[in-house]
Design a protein around this ligand. Structure first.
Ligand code: C5P
Length: 229
C-alpha cells in the first residue's frame, strides 16, 4: 500500500482539524497519513494535538541535524508519543548521528521508522555549489542514500527525479515531497514532480502540502485522485 502524506504546515489547530476532516477519504491503493513539521510541532499546542491523534499514520518531520547524543536525547523526550510512525533526520548529520537515531528509536519507541532526508527539494544544483558541495545533487543523494542504508534507516526522502537511481540502491521506503498538482505554483520548491510521475518513478509514498491544503481542500483531493488515475 502506498502512502499519501498530507503536509500539515500551519500553527493553527482549527486548520489542522479541518485538513484532517476534509482528507479522510478512501483512495483505492493508497493510505492517507499526516505529516507534522517544524511549524506545528513548535507551536504552543502542536505536540499536545499530535499526541491525541488516534488511528492515523503520523509522520513527524523534525529533520534532526545535531550530534548523536543530542538527537538520541531528543528521541527519548518523544517517548510518550506512542502514535508516531515516521521521524526524519538529515542524512547530512552523518554516520554517528544516523546510527544513534536508529538505536534510540529501537530503545524508546520501536514503532518509529527513521527516515533520512537527502538533498532538500528546495535546493537546486546551483544552490548546493553555494553551500560548498562540489558534487552534483545526483552524486550527493547517492552517497547519502548509501550512508542511510548502512546506518539502518528505514526510508529515504528525495525528490521525484532522484527516485530512479535511489531505488536501485535502496529497497525500503522512498518518500517524495515537492509534489505539485497540475497548474499549481512551485513556490520555494526547485525540484518538483506530479503525484503519478513520482509513484511511477519509484516512490513508495508522497508528501503533498500546499497543492492540497491551499484554497479548497475537498476540490484539491479530487484533483489529486484524478491525477493518480
Ligand atoms: O507545500 P509543499 O508540498 O511544498 O510542502 C512540502 C513539505 O515537505 C513541507 O512540509 C516540507 O517541509 C517537506 N519537505 C520538502 N522537501 C524535503 C523534505 C521535506 O519539501 N526534501
Amino acid at each position: 500500500m502506498r502512502n499519501i502524506f498530507i503536509a500539515c504546515d500551519t500553527s493553527s489547530v482549527p486548520k489542522i482539524k479541518s485538513i484532517i476532516k476534509k482528507t479522510q477519504i478512501k483512495i483505492k491503493g493508497y493510505k492517507i497519513g499526516y505529516k507534522f513539521g517544524l511549524e506545528f510541532f513548535y507551536s504552543i499546542k502542536g505536540r499536545q494535538v499530535i499526541s491525541k491523534l488516534k488511528n492515523k499514520i503520523i509522520f513527524l518531520d523534525l529533520k534532526l541535524n545535531d550530534i548523536g547524543n543530542t538527537c538520541a536525547a531528543a528521541i527519548k523526550s518523544l517517548k510518550d508519543l506512542k502514535n508516531i510512525n515516521y521521524l526524519t533526520v538529515h542524512a547530512n548529520s552523518g554516520e554517528a548521528t544516523l546510527k544513534s537515531v536508529v538505536k534510540a528509536t529501537r530503545k524508546y519507541n520501536k514503532k518509529i521508522r527513521v527516515i533520512a532526508i537527502t538533498v532538500l527539494t528546495s535546493i537546486s544544483n546551483a544552490n548546493i555549489k553555494k553551500i560548498g558541495h562540489t558534487r552534483s545533487i545526483k552524486d550527493l543523494v547517492k552517497k547519502q542514500t548509501l550512508l542511510a542504508k548502512a546506518c539502518g534507516c528505514h526510508g529515504i526522502v528525495c525528490a521525484g527525479s532522484d527516485t530512479k537511481f535511489v531505488k536501485k540502491i535502496f529497497k525500503k521506503e522512498i518518500i517524495v515531497p515537492g509534489i505539485r498538482l497540475k497548474g499549481d505554483s512551485v513556490g520555494d520548491q526547485k525540484r518538483v514532480s506530479g503525484p503519478k510521475e513520482a509513484f511511477s518513478n519509484g516512490a513508495t509514498s508522497i508528501v503533498v502540502g500546499r497543492s492540497i491544503t491551499k484554497n479548497n481542500i475537498r476540490k484539491n483531493i479530487k484533483r489529486l485522485i484524478k491525477e493518480l488515475k
